[in-house]
Every structure is written in structure tokens, then in C-alpha cells.
Design a protein around this ligand. Structure first.
Ligand code: BG6
Length: 480
């Protein structure tokens, strides 16, 4: 097959896609005959592209470069310029692909990866369609991969989805949310549905509340151009966090078929209680780290949020009344993503009779990164003649148990596209349902002019986020 990467000389290709493809090659998981063709506006020779790829792999691959493996991998890399602004702008690319596929005896099956800003999705797909790059029905397979965020709001997401649907059928479309490719995120369903101990507890009878955290220590870095149009709600909550929420809250699917799993996840998004009007101010907190406005490329008067904390309810039978607290932010104390399920306390009798010294409720913590694993906090008697109870952790670490480095999310996701398995990709209805749910918040924020709460870089976020949860009698888990 041929993988055509639009934005092939860009940041995503450099840091993630080319290193992921290299690791798949080292693991012997790429098809034996393959061409990877980077596409960009500026001309570049194949050799220059191979050098660009080598630098990306050297810097960002989870494995160091092996000279022999690199040589065979590099031989499958090519570059071609294309200009999507011109009507015949894809002609040179088409001719080049035909030659490469002919010389390498490839079938003509192609995957087009749009590693581009969302604003370029529609024009690129329209050109692909008009230039007859996409076979539907019979003939060689064509697939397209688009990256989150799909659009800027519900309308633009619909416009992108419509344009893609003009050229590709839904089963040919792979919408990436790279969180779904993370090993630990895939393990959420295994943990829930391959064990009998947790699932009976996952409901309003036993769970007091759930916290989902995606914390980053890094700031906006070099991505101000994008981030100034996005902010944390669009960048992380609308996609990554709502996907995590769906996985932790969904009903057991009746099979592992892609659409059965995705139907159940969609049900969760459809059951989210709308947050509208003044309820937004009470349930959604935003903040900006001090110094954000001084970052290169950031508007000195920017009102873009770098942190969001919110309280969410899922109005279905299983989760009625259980608050889900979500928080994400840049420039926090540490980089950590996790989900913690806080069980209800035991009755206030026996070991829990002392009102001044209540037992800690059990907490199941699923650590998504960086210390992948999960732990269960339980109460245990300290050895000795008196009954003294201490909280202890039962702890599972991927690294200690399985060793080695887990495959990167993009490795798994690229492999799934090649295998034609859409389970870990977002379906159109899920993307649009998630946008529909966040839109009232975005719309309200757009009308507000009061200053955003700020927080110190390297802190745990603004006081407002702490109040959001503490006003319900609960506390955030410490950011460790
Ligand atoms: C991306 C966001 O989707 O996810 C970035 O656009 C964020 O802003 C990144 O930094 C976090 O991904 P990870 O895998 O490092 O948690």
C-alpha cells in the first residue's frame, strides 16, 4: 500500500508519524511492499526527505535508530510537492504516485493522511475528490485519516464531515484521537470487562464520584498559532476527555465489533446533561497560566483558556447523580493523566465510627501516563496489638510487569488503519455530539469580558477550580 502524508514535512510527521512508521517497520508490522510519500507545498528531494525523517526518528522514536533497519525503511520514503490552491495542483503528485506504485509493484491501495491544520481539510479533500484520487466501491482501496480537532465548532465540524463524506464513505474515514491509541486507554475496557471485581461497582450505588485529569507541565510551546484559536476546551475536553469519559462510563457492548463499541460510547455522550446558561458559570471553570500572554505568538490580551475544570453528570440509570469532575491544563505542577473512581465510604460504624477520623474511601486510580498502571487504595490493619487502620495501595505498574516500552499511540492507530479496523477511531456522530455538548460553553464564554482567573505556572491551577470540587464536599486528587 501507499501512505500519502499531506503535511509530510510538518511537525506531526516529524515527531509522531515517521517515528511510528519506523517502529512498525522494526517490528516487522508494515506490509512487505509499501511506499510512504510525504507531500508539502515546497519542493524537497527524496534524499532531503529521508534526512528529515531520520532526524525525526533519531529524536523522537522510542527506539534508537538501527542502521540496517533504517536503510530498508528509508528506501520506502519519497517526497512530492503539491499545491492544493491550484486546480491542477495535484497532477504532479498523481503522476509521481503512479510511477512509485508501478516501480514497487504496489496495488494502488492508498491511505491519505491529512496531517494538516483543520482549516485545510476541506480544500484538500475537495481536490482529492475532483482529481479522482479516491476510488469508491470497486478498485484499489482509498482511506483518509484526519486528526482532531475536527473543526473549530459544531458548524465547521459538520462542514468538514460533509466535505469528507462527498469523497469518502464513512468506513473509509479514520478520525484520529490519539488518546484512543494509548495502551492504557485501551486497557480501560479490558479492566472493566475482563475482570469480575470492578464492573459490579461501576454505578451510582457504589461510586461517589469520578475524576479525570489530563495535566501537562509544558506550556503552549511553539504551537501558539493553533492554540490561540483553540484553548483547552476545544483542544482536550471536546475530544480526549470526552472519549475517556465514554470509555469509563459506557455500558458493556454486546460484542467487540467497531460499531457496537462506538454505539455504546456514543450513548454516553448523548446522555451528558447539557450545561447551559448560568449553570455554565457554576460548573465550568477556566483559567490561564501567568506568563501565557508573553509566549511567542500569543496575543498580549489573549482570553484563551489554558485550563478547564468542570463538573459533569451523565443522566442515565447507571450514573444518575454521580458527578464526574474533569480537569485539564497546561503548565501545571506535573505531567500526568489519570482517571480515579472514588467509591462511597463504608457505613459510619465499626472501624469507621469515629467522626473525627473517618476511613479513606476506596479509590481505584487508572494511571494513563506517565507511570502507566493502576492502583486500588484499601484500608488495612497495621500490624500490632491495637486496631489501627492505614490506607494502603495495591499497585500495578506496566513497566514492572511487562517491561520494555509500550508502543506509541500512533503505531497502533496506523496499524489499525492499514488493517481496516475503525474501533479506535471517532465516528462522525460522536464528534458532532461532543461538539453539540460543548457549544453552549464556548458561546457563553465568547460573550463574557471579565478577566480570566490566572494561575501560577507550575501550580495546581486557580482557586476557582479548587472551589468547584470543594463546594461539593470533595477534593481533587493531588497532582503527583
Ligand atoms: C494534543 C493536544 O491532542 O494532545 C496538545 O493538541 C497536547 O495540546 C497533547 O499537548 C497531549 O498529548 P499527550 O499524548 O502528550 O498526553
Amino acid at each position: 500500500m501507499t501512505i500519502v502524508i499531506f503535511g509530510g514535512a510538518g511537525d506531526l510527521a516529524h515527531r509522531k508519524l515517521l517515528p511510528a512508521l519506523y517502529n512498525l517497520h522494526v517490528d516487522g508490522l508494515l506490509p512487505p511492499r509499501i511506499a510512504i510519500v510525504g507531500v508539502g507545498r515546497k519542493e524537497m528531494t527524496d534524499d532531503a526527505y529521508r534526512e528529515f525523517a531520520r532526524q525525526g526518528v533519531a529524536q523522537f522514536s522510542r527506539r534508537p535508530i538501527d542502521a540496517a533497519a533504517w536503510q530498508t525503511f528509508a528506501a520506502s520514503l519519497f517526497f512530492s510537492a503539491a499545491d492544493i490552491d491550484r486546480e491542477a495542483g495535484l497532477a504532479p503528485l498523481g503522476a509521481r504516485l503512479d510511477i512509485i506504485e508501478h516501480e514497487r509493484h504496489l496495488s494502488g491501495d492508498r491511505t491519505y493522511y491529512l496531517a494538516l491544520p483543520a482549516s485545510l481539510f476541506v480544500p484538500t479533500v475537495k481536490r482529492l475528490h475532483a482529481a479522482r484520487f479516491v476510488a469508491r466501491g470497486g478498485g484499489p482501496a482509498a482511506r483518509v485519516i484526519v486528526e482532531k480537532p475536527i473543526g473549530h465548532d459544531l458548524d465547521s465540524a459538520r462542514a468538514i464531515n460533509d466535505a469528507i463524506a462527498d469523497a469518502f464513505d464513512e468506513p473509509q474515514i479514520y478520525r484520529i484521537d490519539h488518546y484512543l491509541g494509548k495502551e492504557t486507554v485501551q486497557n480501560i475496557l479490558v479492566m472493566r470487562f475482563a475482570n469480575s471485581i470492578f464492573e459490579p461497582l461501576f454505578n451510582h450505588k457504589y461510586v461517589d464520584h469520578v475524576q479525570i485529569t489530563v495535566a501537562e507541565a509544558e506550556g503552549v510551546g511553539t504551537r501558539a498559532g493553533y492554540y490561540e484559536q483553540a484553548g483547552a476546551l476545544r483542544d482536550i475536553v471536546q475530544n480526549h476527555m470526552l472519549q475517556l469519559l465514554s470509555l469509563v462510563a459506557m455500558e458493556p457492548p454486546h460484542s467487540l465489533d467497531a460499531d457496537v463499541v462506538r454505539d455504546e460510547k456514543l450513548e454516553v455522550l448523548q446522555s451528558l446533561r447539557p450545561i447551559e446558561g448560568p449553570a455554565i458559570d457554576a460548573n465550568v471553570v477556566r483559567g490561564q497560566y501567568a506568563g501565557y500572554r508573553d509566549e511567542p505568538g500569543v496575543d498580549p490580551a489573549s482570553r484563551i483558556e489554558t485550563l478547564v475544570a468542570l463538573q459533569v453528570f451523565i443522566d442515565n440509570w447507571r450514573w444518575a447523580g454521580v458527578p464526574f469532575f474533569l480537569r485539564t491544563g497546561k503548565r501545571l505542577t506535573t505531567r500526568t493523566s489519570d482517571i480515579s473512581v472514588h467509591l462511597k465510604g463504608v457505613p459510619p460504624i465499626l472501624f469507621n465510627a469515629d467522626a473525627a477520623n473517618r476511613l479513606e474511601p476506596n479509590i481505584l486510580t487508572i494511571r494513563l501516563q506517565p507511570d502507566e498502571g493502576f492502583s486500588l487504595g484499601i484500608s488495612s490493619k497495621k500490624p500490632g496489638p491495637r486496631v489501627e487502620i492505614a490506607p494502603v495501595q495495591m499497585d500495578f505498574h506496566y513497566g514492572a510487569q511487562f517491561g520494555g516500552s509500550s508502543p506509541e499511540a500512533y503505531e497502533r492507530l496506523l496499524l489499525d488503519v492499514m488493517a481496516g479496523d475503525p474501533t479506535l477511531f471517532m465516528r462522525r456522530d460522536a464528534v458532532e455530539t461532543a461538539w453539540r455538548w460543548v457549544m453552549p460553553v464556548l458561546d457563553r464564554w465568547a460573550t463574557q469580558t471579565d478577566p480570566l482567573p490566572t494561575y501560577r505556572a507550575g501550580s495546581c491551577g486557580p482557586a476557582e477550580a479548587v472551589r468547584l470540587i470543594e463546594s461539593t464536599g470533595r477534593t481533587w486528587r493531588a497532582l503527583e
